[in-house]
Design a protein around this ligand. Structure first.
Ligand SMILES: Cc1ncc(C[n+]2csc(CCOP(=O)(O)OP(=O)(O)O)c2C)c(N)n1
Ligand SMILES: CC(=O)[C@@H](O)[C@H](O)COP(=O)(O)O
Ligand SMILES: [Mg+2]
Length: 665
């Protein structure tokens, strides 16, 4: 039986000696490489935190003393130690082990949110609660050097340092990297401290030597301890944290178990807020990860499942199309600059940075700062592109609203990973951006459906200097290109057939492809269907209301949360204009969606051509029955309201929908 197989919980790790622990660490690394290479996931971060996680579970009494992992992508070893190693074959798969802590999985897990820089605030809150209810319990927060560049961390540190009686143990897991090397002055300071990992080892060795001397040893050590300050300052000046009122321990070699454990025991014994600066190597112990210059195998994909298909033209990723077009635009316009929040590679800015190194800014994991800094750049004459994942827009909403939009700053926000992302689960699906963007006065939002429209709409956004613009697109490969029949205003008509205008299908972004597949099924049932792609979805194009007035039923399909999505915005427009065609809005249910593959989750949420078509068919049949019984009446008058940046402006009726139809058929 291997050492790993004997691990059912922290107690098994606590019983081991250092020789066994060294063997266990090696087995865990082999296990991680095997399982994560198969399932996909965060290999580098977890290879780097093996010894630290073992030491944490030996020194602290989890779950009574909670261990919190910032972001949580580095909690695989924690999951192994807490009895879940047999579940790793289902890692990040639907119904399988989450790639982040999960309270449903285990009592040792607390924080499920994978948005960075939250663990210290969580720890502060728990520590205050324990203090209030009179429980002396340590709270341990493991925060990476990247997460430490997030503003919330410093808000939390300010609070944690405020009360010397609360035993919060902050473990900075400093591997010098986010994806790429961590950016900023703080990172540079940590790097300077990191250069001295010998301090704790030297201290640990000196202490052991003195305490080994009978009688006088302890006395002598006490004397040395009194002069340690000078000794320590000489080796590793750490005013960075001690000036905040935090006890600083370190830097400690995060792969040297005995030293690491000794430092953590000192931290535990301290009894107040203490920061342990642990130096680790992302990808430690696995050559391909250690030598991966890009991101130390921060995250790897599962092996591609090759399904034999007729020769399909390989299509690029949305991110790569964005990257390519931005570089082209950058060559034409010097004032276009780009900002990333520590994700330059995965948001497609590497090529732009290579081409224009002085025009690409990494701000660390600091989306709020990115947005307001962009507003500053715009105020000084630049046109910044803020490239972030859709789900992380949540972080920067107030900055977008009040620092960008209030000033009508020409900032373009490019939201990658919009809609269902998949294996990263609830806090990574990009399902809130439309509800947020729909609230921002004066912003124009585009949702490209394919490569040509992404290139076109990115150019249109960057050409607009009258206010903020945003683009959103999915994770993964671009949808198949769909050539429009015609363009009415900014709206592309993709399909129009059938004698009667029974159904208007509005496909948002990549879901234009899904709308076309749905139309195929409706046409098979001789239902007259028109498919359109709004392209610019906010403000809702006014021509869509004219089209809606001409159809018996209006349907919107979007890869976004239903609440506040495009469908609900369009329903408001139809109400304003007294267009009585009923509207069905197909969108993601407003709940936290689990992890799984994108296609599995779209099936689970019934966002498939089959599900949508069958729901529409029911509604059309219902409408036909009602129409047969109803008196032939006039269609409701169309009241035109132009939705512009200034808000809603009444405009002259365009002679009613008939002319509109004539114009756009
Ligand atoms: C608010 C937010 N922005 C971006 C991300 C994407 N992200 C996930 S992990 C990571 C890097 C984390 O670096 P660090 O905290 O140093 O942890 P390490 O991977 O080095 O262990 C980033 C940027 C995120 N999870 N949350
Ligand atoms: C934790 C982390 O790194 C996430 O930001 C996520 O894993 C990104 O995944 P993708 O870049 O594959 O969408
Ligand atoms: Mg790091």
């Amino acid at each position: 039986m291997t050492l790993l197989e004997t691990v059912r919980g922290p107690a098994d790790v606590q019983r081991m000696n250092y020789e066994q622990l060294t063997g266990l660490a090696a087995e865990i690394r082999d296990f991680l490489v095997e399982k994560v290479s198969q399932a996909g996931g965060h290999l580098g971060p977890n290879l780097g935190i093996v010894e630290l996680t073992l030491a944490l579970h030996r020194v602290f009494d989890s779950p009574r003393e909670p261990l919190l992992f910032d972001v949580g992508h580095q909690a695989y070893v924690h999951k192994i130690v807490t009895g879940r190693q047999t579940s790793f074959d289902g890692l990040r798969q639907l119904g399988g082990l989450s790639g982040y802590p999960s309270r449903a999985e285990n009592d040792h897990d607390f924080m499920e949110n994978s948005h960075a820089s939250t663990a210290l605030s969580y720890a502060d809150g728990m520590a205050k609660a324990f203090q209030l209810i009179g429980q002396t319990r340590h709270v341990v927060a493991v925060v990476g050097d990247g997460a430490l560049t997030g503003g919330m961390c410093w808000e939390a540190l300010n609070n944690i340092a405020a009360d010397p009686s609360r035993p919060v143990v902050i473990v900075v897991n400093d591997n010098g990297r986010s994806y790429a090397p961590t950016f900023g002055g703080l990172a540079d300071r940590l790097a300077a401290l990191r250069m001295r990992p010998g301090y704790e080892r030297a201290l640990h060795g000196v202490r052991r030597a003195f305490l080994a001397v009978p009688w006088v040893g302890r006395l002598l050590y006490g004397v040395l301890h009194a002069v340690k300050r000078g000794f320590k300052d000489a080796l590793s000046p750490q005013p960075l944290f001690e000036d905040l009122g935090l006890k600083y321990l370190g830097p400690v070699d995060g792969h040297d178990l005995p030293t690491l454990e000794a430092a953590l025991r000192r931290a535990r014994a301290f009894g107040g807020p203490v920061l342990v600066h642990v130096v680790t190597c992302k990808g430690h112990g696995y050559g391909p990860a250690e030598n991966d210059a890009a991101d130390r195998m921060h995250q790897i994909s599962p092996p591609a499942v090759t399904v034999p298909r007729q020769a399909e033209i390989p299509r690029p990723k949305w991110t790569n199309v964005f990257s390519d077009e931005l570089v082209r635009i950058g060559s034409e316009r010097d004032e276009v600059v780009a900002i990333t929040a520590a994700m330059r590679g995965s948001t497609g800015l590497d090529a732009f940075a290579a081409a224009y190194p002085r025009r690409c800014y990494d701000v660390g994991i600091a989306e709020q700062h990115a947005m307001t800094s962009a507003a500053g750049m715009a105020a000084a004459g630049l046109h910044p592109v803020v490239a972030i994942y859709s789900t992380f827009l949540n972080r920067a909403f107030d900055q977008l609203l009040m620092d960008v939009a209030l000033h009508r700053a020409p900032v373009t926000v490019v939201l990658d990973r919009a809609g269902v992302t998949g294996p990263d689960g609830a806090s990574h699906h990009g399902m809130w951006d439309l509800a947020l963007l729909g609230m921002v006065p004066g912003i124009r939002v585009a949702a490209p459906r394919d490569e040509p429209t992404l290139r076109e709409e990115l150019r249109e956004a960057l050409a607009d200097s009258s206010g903020p613009t945003a683009l959103r697109f999915s994770r993964g490969t671009v949808a198949s290109p769909i050539k429009p029949l015609c363009r009415v205003g900014t709206v592309d008509v993709l399909r129009k057939e059938g004698q009667r205008n029974e159904v208007l299908l509005v496909g948002v972004g990549a879901f234009a492809e899904l709308a076309m597949a749905t139309a195929d099924r409706l046409a098979d049932q001789e239902i007259g269907v028109t498919v359109v792609d709004p392209r610019w979805i906010f403000p809702v194009p006014h021509v869509l209301a004219g089209m809606a007035a001409e159809h018996d039923l209006v349907c919107t399909i979007e890869d976004a949360g239903r609440h506040g999505g495009f469908g609900s915005a369009f329903a408001t427009v139809l109400r304003d204009r007294v267009v009585r065609s009923p509207l069905l809005d197909f969108a993601l249910p407003q709940r936290f969606l689990e992890h799984g593959s994108r296609s599995q989750l779209l099936t689970l949420t019934r966002l498939t051509a089959q599900d949508i078509a069958s729901r529409i068919t029911e509604k059309v049949a219902e409408h036909r029955r009602e129409a047969e019984q109803a008196e032939p009446g006039l269609r409701a008058p169309l009241v035109c309201t132009e939705h512009t940046r200034e808000g809603e402006v009444e405009c002259q009726p365009s002679g009613g929908p008939t002319q509109e139809v004539a114009r756009w058929t």
